[in-house]
Write a protein that binds this ligand. Structure first.
Ligand code: DGP
Length: 114
């Protein structure tokens, strides 16, 4: 069994509230939401951090953003706006080492982030 939490969700070993699935991506609601809508867009292939992306992962990352945009639209966030975030390593606040794009919306975001 993998120790990668998000692979366990992808493999349905751990339940999650899934909002989107396709051949290469899964999106599900964050267990500890930081906004009224907080969804994680995750590639099914494990890439630990943004530092580990290869040049030919550009298409994958683009499709993660496009999936997040579609989900934001489906969640009714498009007009008011939303935030997309990748955290990387300690200073970035990354806690799960399987890249994921946070989609946050439903409230006013602050800048700069804490
Ligand atoms: P990050 O800190 O950027 O690595 O974000 C990891 C996120 O993953 C964090 O917001 C909480 C979420 N998370 C952790 N464990 C679980 C889980 O078991 N299920 C779900 N749905 N989300 C989880």
């Amino acid at each position: 069994m993998s120790d990668d939490l998000f692979l366990k969700i992808i493999d349905r070993e751990i339940p999650a509230d899934i909002v989107h699935e396709d051949d290469e991506l899964l999106a599900f609601r964050d267990i500890d939401p930081k906004a009224p809508v907080h969804i994680l867009v995750v590639p099914k292939r494990r890439i630990p951090t943004i530092n580990d992306l290869a040049g030919d992962d550009a298409g994958l990352v683009g499709r993660m953003v496009l999936a997040a945009r579609q989900i934001a639209n489906d969640e009714g966030l498009a007009d008011d706006g939303y935030r997309l975030v990748f955290n990387c390593n300690d200073n970035g606040g990354q806690s799960v080492f399987h890249i994921h794009l946070h989609l946050l919306g439903g409230r006013q975001m602050q800048w700069p982030p804490g």
